[in-house]
Design a protein around this ligand. Structure first.
Ligand code: HEM
Length: 458
C-alpha cells in the first residue's frame, strides 16, 4: 500500500517566512488564491516553521466541525484575538465547562423564547428610524450597530442600553482593529506598554468592561422575574460560585453582549449595501413586504410567507459572512482528505472562500437572492454554506440573528430606501469579523407611500 503523504500541496512562499508577509496585508486574497490553485486541502507555510491547513471542501469541513470534532479545540489565534475582551466565555471555553455553560444559556435561544423577542426587535427598529430625516446622510454600519446593541441588551439582559450605545460600537471597532494589527505585527509590545494606541486601546477596553459590570449590577439591583438570560446566569453563579465566579459571569455577559449584536449588525449593514446596488432586488423585496404586511408590523409568523426577505438575508450572509473564517487546533492526530496530520495542527475553514466557490454557487460574486428560492439550501452539501459554523460549537444565536435580521429589514425596508453616497465599492476588512472598511455612507430616503399612510393614521 502506498504510504500516505503528510504534506498537502500549497504555495511555497519565501524562505523562513512562507506567505506570512502577504497574509498580513491581504490575508483573505492569499487564502482564496491558494484554494483556487491547490484544491481542497492546502498547506499554508508561515514564518519560522509554522503553518496552517486550509480546508476547502464541504465534506472535509464537516469532518472537522462535526464528525471528528472531539479531536479539536478552538485555535490559539482565535483565543489570542478575543481573550482580553471575552475571557473564558462561551465562545472560548472548552470541555465539560463549556458544555455546562452552553446548557445554561440554551433556554434563552429556544424558538418559542426567541419569538417573544420579536416585538422588542420591531419596536427598537421603529424608534431608531424615528430619528432619521429624509435625505440625510448616515454611516449605516454604525447605525445598525447601535440598533442591534439596544436589541441585545433589552432581549438578553432585560435592560435599556442607555446613552453609551454610541460609544460601544466605536470602541469595539477600535479594539478589533488594534488587536488584529497587534497579532499580525512581527513586533508585539507588551499590552501595557504606553504608546498612544495602546493607551487608547486600554481606555476602550476599560469602557466596555465597566459597561458590562454595570449591566450585571443593574440587573441584580432590579430583580425582575428572573427569566432573562442574565438573571439565569446570575442565579447559577449564586448557586455554585465554584463553577461560575464573578469574573466568569462577566466573561459570559461580555461574550453574549458582543456576539449578540456585532455580527447581526454587520449582516444588516451589508444587506442595505447590497440592496442599494441592486434596485430590482430592492423593489421585489418591497413589493413582497407591501403585499404581505400592508401597513402593520412584521411578526415571527409572517416570516414563512416572506421567502424573498429570507433569500435576501441568506444571500447577504453568503457574500459578506460576518464570521468569515473558523479555525480548529488538533489536540490529537487526525486524518483528512487522504493526509495524516499530527496533534498541534491548525485547520482553517473559510466561509468567505466556500460561499464564493463556483462548484456550489453559479456566478458566485453576483448578488442574486433568487438562487435561494428553488430549494438550493436543501440541495447544497451541508457545509458548503455555513455562516453560523457547524457541529456542537455552532452559533447558539442563529435563530435569534435570523429573526432579528428579517424583522429589522422588513420594518425598515417598508419605510426607507438607502442610497450609496459614493460610487466606489466598499471593501470588506477582515478583522475579527468582516467589516466594511471606512463604513457604508448612505443617504436615507423615506418612502412616500408609507409617509402618507402614517400621516393618515396619525
Ligand atoms: C448573523 C449573525 C451571526 C453570525 C454570522 C454568527 C456566527 C457564528 C459562528 C460562525 C460561530 C461559530 C464559531 C466557531 O465555530 O468557532 C458562532 C458562535 C457563537 N455565537 Fe454567533 N453568530 C451570529 C449571531 C449571534 C447572536 C445573535 C448571538 C447571541 C445572541 C451569538 C452568540 C454566539 C455564541 C455565544 C457562540 C459560541 C457558541 C459555542 O461555542 O458554544 N451569535 N457564531
Amino acid at each position: 500500500m502506498p504510504e500516505k503523504s503528510t504534506r498537502p500541496p500549497g504555495p511555497r512562499g519565501w524562505p523562513l517566512v512562507g506567505v506570512a508577509l502577504q497574509m498580513r496585508k491581504r490575508g483573505l486574497d492569499v487564502l482564496a488564491q491558494a484554494a483556487r490553485d491547490y484544491g481542497d486541502v492546502v498547506y499554508i507555510p508561515l514564518a519560522f516553521g509554522q503553518s496552517r491547513i486550509l480546508v476547502n471542501h464541504p465534506d472535509l469541513i464537516e469532518q472537522v466541525l462535526v464528525l471528528q470534532q472531539n479531536k479539536f479545540h478552538k485555535t490559539a489565534m482565535a483565543r489570542a484575538a478575543t481573550e482580553a475582551l471575552l475571557g473564558n466565555g462561551l465562545l472560548n471555553s472548552e470541555g465539560d465547562f463549556w458544555r455546562r455553560q452552553r446548557r445554561l444559556a440554551q433556554p434563552a435561544f429556544q424558538k418559542s423564547r426567541v419569538n417573544e423577542y420579536a416585538d422588542t426587535m420591531v419596536e427598537h427598529a421603529l424608534a431608531h428610524a424615528d430619528k432619521w430625516r429624509e435625505g440625510e446622510e448616515r454611516e449605516i454600519s454604525e447605525e445598525m450597530s447601535r440598533l442591534a446593541c439596544g436589541i441585545a441588551v433589552k432581549t438578553l439582559f432585560g435592560l435599556d442600553v442607555g446613552p453609551e450605545a454610541d460609544r460601544i460600537g466605536k470602541n469595539l471597532t477600535f479594539l478589533m482593529r488594534f488587536q488584529m494589527e497587534r497579532l499580525r505585527s512581527p513586533i508585539r509590545l507588551p499590552q501595557n506598554f504606553p504608546t498612544p494606541k495602546q493607551r487608547r486601546a486600554q481606555a476602550a477596553f476599560d469602557f466596555l468592561d465597566a459597561y458590562v459590570y454595570r449591566i450585571i449590577s443593574e440587573r441584580r439591583a432590579r430583580g425582575g422575574d428572573g427569566t432573562d438570560l442574565l438573571s439565569r446566569l446570575i442565579a447559577a453563579m449564586d448557586e455554585d460560585g465554584s463553577q461560575m465566579t464573578p469574573k466568569q459571569l462577566r466573561d459570559e455577559t461580555m461574550t453574549l453582549f458582543l456576539a449578540g449584536h456585532e455580527t447581526t449588525a454587520l449582516t444588516l449593514a451589508w444587506t442595505w449595501y447590497l440592496l442599494a446596488q441592486n434596485p430590482a432586488a430592492e423593489s421585489r423585496l418591497h413589493d413582497e413586504l407591501t403585499r404581505a404586511l400592508a401597513n402593520r408590523a412584521a411578526r415571527p409568523e409572517d416570516l414563512e410567507s416572506l421567502p424573498y426577505l429570507d433569500a435576501v438575508i441568506r444571500e447577504a450572509l453568503r457574500l459578506y459572512p460576518p464570521a468569515y473564517i473558523v479555525g480548529r487546533l488538533a489536540i490529537e492526530p487526525f486524518e483528512l482528505g487522504g493526509y495524516s496530520f499530527p496533534a498541534g495542527t491548525t485547520v482553517l475553514m473559510s466561509q468567505w472562500i466556500m460561499h464564493r466557490d463556483p462548484r456550489y454557487f453559479a456566478e458566485p460574486d453576483v448578488f442574486r437572492p433568487e438562487r435561494w428560492l428553488d430549494g438550493l439550501a436543501a440541495r447544497l452539501p451541508s457545509h458548503a454554506y455555513f455562516p453560523f459554523g457547524g457541529g456542537p460549537r455552532r452559533c447558539i444565536g442563529q435563530g435569534f440573528a435570523m429573526m432579528e435580521a428579517a424583522l429589522v429589514t422588513a420594518t425598515l425596508a417598508r419605510r426607507f430606501r438607502f442610497e450609496l453616497v459614493a460610487k466606489q465599492p466598499v471593501l470588506p476588512e477582515p478583522l475579527i469579523t468582516l467589516r466594511p472598511r471606512g463604513g457604508i455612507h448612505m443617504k436615507i430616503r423615506r418612502r412616500a407611500e408609507v409617509a402618507r399612510a402614517e400621516a393618515v393614521a396619525s
